[in-house]
Design a protein around this ligand. Structure first.
Ligand SMILES: [Zn+2]
Length: 193
């Protein structure tokens, strides 16, 4: 899937997560940091290719991307597996713990969960594409849904751009508008107290 679709899927996954397991009393800072971490998590697995948005904006990003891609075994390998999610999440937690002293009002555990939700949403979306995802590395099999390869989505083509991406946007807007009170109250409770 393209980066735009992954961004939207990550946001929808976070919305669903927040509605299913409402966080208690989070600050606006935590909410913003969580959305940022969720969006980074949503595209993090594709850092295994030098053309990823992750690298494109850095001066020598293309080369850094190539080195990183080689380190994680190439595209759709380690970073697209549960093992990769565990490794990336471990690194993210270390970074958040390191940064916590300069942002004490931010609930780093919630931000961390938002990152993991973003990463998992990436793997779920890529499972719908023709290439599939090696969820259970070191087991090399690439899983896909539907099981029949021909029925899956081709990245960047019409079905993704005209059905999947608009669909994700519509569902996210629908969820946010139908649960507006719940979502705004999560932060409002904090402001009142
Ligand atoms: Zn991917």
């Amino acid at each position: 899937m393209t980066a735009r679709t992954h961004d939207m899927a990550a946001l929808l996954a976070l919305t669903v997560w927040v509605l299913a397991v409402p966080p208690v009393n989070i600050t606006i800072g935590t909410a913003l940091a969580a959305v940022l971490a969720n969006q980074i998590g949503g595209i993090a697995p594709d850092a295994d290719q030098p053309t990823a948005p992750f690298w494109r904006n850095l001066p020598v990003g293309h080369y850094l991307g190539k080195i990183f891609g080689t380190l994680v075994g190439g595209h759709r390998f380690l970073s697209h597996s549960l093992l990769g999610v565990a490794a990336f999440s471990g690194a993210a937690l270390l970074l958040l713990r390191f940064l916590h002293p300069i942002m004490p009002h931010i609930d780093i555990m919630f931000v961390w969960v938002a990152f993991i939700v973003g990463m998992l949403s990436h793997l779920v979306m890529d499972t719908l594409t023709k290439e599939g995802v090696p969820w259970l590395l070191p087991l090399p099999h690439k899983f896909g849904f539907p099981p029949l390869r021909e029925w899956r989505i081709t990245t960047g083509k019409a079905i993704e751009n005209l059905v999947v991406l608009p669909g994700l946007i519509v569902v996210t807007i629908w969820l946010c508008s139908t649960h507006y009170e719940t979502l705004t109250n999560i932060i409002r409770y904090h402001l009142v107290r």
